[in-house]
Write a protein that binds this ligand. Structure first.
Ligand SMILES: *[C@@H]1O[C@H](CO)[C@@H](O)[C@H](O)[C@H]1NC(C)=O
Ligand SMILES: *[C@@H]1O[C@H](CO)[C@@H](O)[C@H](O)[C@H]1NC(C)=O
Ligand SMILES: *[C@@H]1O[C@H](CO)[C@@H](O)[C@H](O)[C@H]1NC(C)=O
Ligand SMILES: *[C@@H]1O[C@H](CO)[C@@H](O)[C@H](O)[C@H]1NC(C)=O
Ligand SMILES: [Zn+2]
Length: 377
């Protein structure tokens, strides 16, 4: 195989032009692959998805493949911007556009929706996410036994609810979840399924977690975007006059950080126990197991002027019998919390997040949240 020098040079020039320097699908920098079928430059991860289309795309490496002059010509006539104006002409506000940091299932369905199902072109058909109602079976993890069982889910825009039923023919739902309290996020690793979706909602002022999946990637991503479509509908009612740009961040909520630390109890004599921690903005929740329905407890992280601080290390007199050595002390107006991390890298990363929050001025909503915490604990 001889490299077509002229084609390789021309290709390098095209790649340098603005807009072709990030992946057309996930935005990751320096895409090194080109789809000769669509005329877009994409990253390695996305190129794998293009190869798995029902009629597989012809994907080539910019650096290593031999390109024909006609193919380079095609790339020159198209490119990422041209493709975007065609295939992303009308992406609804609620539709979650993944970045390179997102999980595989989100990227895969975005790319398929875009180029295979042509969901966002100018002459697109009405989208099923906008039908206002959706119904079907999903696997749901049992709260007490941890077993995944089929449950029937029903989403209703008219009622503003997501319900689920234990039996297919059951009249009464097991739970009625108000859609405006839902946060949904993909958690494939934690759930142990590539299509694992975590839904959190408020139940009697507590955050309740449920864990779902469906064996079909399309099905679970469709549920995710249908829920977001209904949520957007309710946000528009709650915030009349707010622009789409203002509403969009309210639909997406990813945890700032999750992982294991050890912690002591309030008297700090019980010894250190390993717990799973989730940092959801100013709320640091901890769980015995990452897939628990409810947190065992939570710590509110307020602004430093109100008596909150986070620092490396443990107080000198701590009787530390945990297995991990990298201590963190969080001081709140009420008490101090002692944690240990497995590695120094983890310790520094948690501290970075804690201190960012502690140095950020609180919103009025966060003041009321703090008051609620003080009342409860
Ligand atoms: C990318 O390359 C194409 C040619 O392939 C060019 O027309 C376009 O201006 C470049 N930039 C963007 C943003 O697409
Ligand atoms: C996954 O979703 C499809 C489509 O609604 C459904 O037919 C199938 O039974 C679901 N699978 C499970 C295990 O719930
Ligand atoms: C969901 O996210 C919103 C912010 O987008 C937050 O105010 C709310 O507390 C979260 N709800 C739950 C149940 O986690
Ligand atoms: C740690 O020390 C406390 C108090 O001395 C004790 O109750 C606890 O069992 C110890 N834990 C471990 C894991 O050794
Ligand atoms: Zn990509």
């Amino acid at each position: 195989m001889t490299i077509n020098e002229r084609a390789a040079r021309a290709l390098k020039e095209i790649l340098k032009r603005p807009g072709n320097d990030t992946c057309a699908d996930c935005g990751s920098p320096d895409p090194e692959w080109g789809s000769c079928s669509l005329g877009v430059f994409i990253c390695l991860a996305c190129s794998g998805i293009h190869r798995n289309f029902q009629s597989p795309a012809k994907v080539k490496s910019v650096r290593l493949s031999r390109w024909e002059d006609s193919e380079v010509q095609f790339m020159a006539e198209n490119g990422n911007e041209v493709a975007r104006s065609k295939y992303e002409a009308q992406v609804p506000v609620y539709y979650y556009k993944p970045t390179h940091k997102d999980c595989q299932v989100l990227k895969e369905q975005w790319i398929k929706a875009k180029y295979e199902r042509l969901e966002f072109t100018v002459d697109r058909k009405p989208l099923l996410y906008e039908e206002g109602t959706r119904e079907g079976p999903l696997m749901k993890r049992g709260r007490d036994n941890g077993q995944f069982l089929t449950r029937r889910f029903v989403l209703s825009e008219r009622e503003g609810t997501l319900k689920y039923f234990t039996k297919t023919d059951a009249k009464e739902p097991k739970a009625i979840i108000k859609v405006d309290t839902i946060n949904a996020s993909f958690q494939p690793e934690k759930i142990g399924n590539p299509n694992g979706l975590q839904i959190t909602y408020l139940k009697d002022f507590n955050t309740r977690n449920i864990f779902l999946y469906n064996e079909s990637s399309k099905e679970i991503v469709d549920w995710f975007n249908s829920i977001r479509a209904v949520q957007l509908h309710y946000l528009k009612v709650a915030f009349p006059g707010a622009s789409d740009v203002e509403l969009k961040p309210k639909l997406t909520r990813n945890f700032l950080k999750e992982g294991y630390m050890e912690k002591t109890g309030p008297r700090q004599t019980e010894g250190f126990k390993k717990r799973w921690f989730t940092l959801d903005h100013r709320r640091l929740m901890y769980f015995k197991d990452p897939l628990d329905a409810f947190a065992k407890g939570e710590v509110f992280l307020g602004h430093k002027d109100l008596g909150y601080s986070a620092s490396a290390g443990l107080p000198p007199n701590t009787h530390c019998n945990g297995t991990w050595q990298n201590g963190i002390t969080i001081q709140t107006p009420d008490r101090s919390y002692l944690f240990t991390c497995e590695t120094e890298v983890e310790q520094q990363d948690w501290l970075k997040h804690f201190n960012e929050l502690i140095n950020t001025v609180m919103s009025p909503q966060e003041y009321s949240m703090e008051a609620l915490f003080k009342h409860r604990h």
